[in-house]
Write a protein that binds this ligand. Structure first.
Ligand code: 6GU
Length: 281
């Protein structure tokens, strides 16, 4: 999986050379490049932001700088804006009956043999990023993250790239405010890449986690040895060796804890995912 990140603090992502992510990079499972947005500025101050139109506090990231950067990284470049570019020429040829529309489509697909990246903007005012999104994005070949700073980015940036046919996503990671998108991108990146085959080493541990599968329940609590520690005991049933009973105990606990801590997850449960015993819980 190829990953590009654009930020005014690209050094923030140096931590991706550590730990499991560093190993995954060394093994070629992921290939990350953090770019400095200011490299696409032309003015002496390398400015990337301006005051909000309509007034208000703070600064908003300018669309021109982002567009130069994203055109480059998406491979849209000059031909997207040039008047003699694809759309006009192809349309007139097709109109003259010389080139079949299907042939045009084939040619343009062959021209770009690499898959277009999914373009992702962290945004506290966007829909919540969930395990479902992480799973979906873990199947992409190329992700491009654009980190906003200050009061955010000009709303026309995602709008423009959507209109160009790019798969553009905007996500919030939770109901709190961060200073910029860098932390949010780190969170999303970890949630996505740990799902890549071979990233974790132990695929089974992923399957049983909270928020995954049809159930999307909080996970049951975990214990290790000793069976009694500072007067606190592991639940007896876990020591019984009866796998059926252990599974039922864990499932009941997952349901009860989810109901207490995250009733919203219970509300959105697929009722077909509940078995007969669950309904009694
Ligand atoms: Cl994606 N960005 C920022 N700046 N703050 C956030 C967020 C994102 N998600 C929650 N808070």
């Amino acid at each position: 999986m190829k990953i590009d990140i654009v930020s005014v603090f690209p050094e923030y992502f140096d931590v991706l050379n550590l730990s499991l992510f560093g190993k995954a990079q060394a093994r070629g499972l992921v290939e990350v490049t953090a770019h400095n947005l200011r490299d696409w500025t032309h003015d002496v101050h390398h400015s990337v932001d301006d005051t909000p139109v309509g007034g208000g506090a703070g600064m908003v990231m300018k669309p021109e700088v982002w567009a130069e950067c994203l055109d480059d990284l998406l491979g849209l470049g000059a031909e997207a804006d040039a008047p003699e570019a694809a759309a006009g020429t192809v349309a007139s040829e097709a109109g003259a009956g010389t080139v079949a529309p299907a042939a045009d489509a084939d040619t343009s697909a062959a021209d770009t043999d690499t898959v277009a990246p999914v373009l992702i903007f962290p945004n506290p005012s966007a829909p919540l990023f969930t395990q479902r999104d992480a799973t979906e994005l873990s199947h992409a070949d190329h992700l491009l993250f654009g980190c906003g700073r200050y009061e955010g980015y000009d709303a026309r940036i995602p709008e423009y790239y959507r209109a160009q046919g790019v798969d553009v996503r905007e996500y919030s990671i939770g109901d709190y405010v961060l200073n910029g998108g860098e932390v949010a991108v780190s969170v999303m990146l970890e949630a996505i890449t740990r799902l890549l085959p071979g990233f974790m080493g132990n695929a089974e541990s992923i399957v049983e986690e909270s928020y995954t599968g049809a159930n999307a329940l909080l996970e049951h609590r975990q214990y290790t040895k000793p069976a009694v520690w500072r007067g606190l005991s592991v639940p007896d049933v876990l020591l019984s060796g009866d796998h059926g009973k252990v599974d039922r105990f864990r499932r009941d606990e997952a349901l009860a804890r989810t109901n207490e801590i995250r009733p919203d997850l219970i509300e959105s449960l697929d009722c077909h995912a509940l078995d007969k015993a669950d309904r009694k819980t």
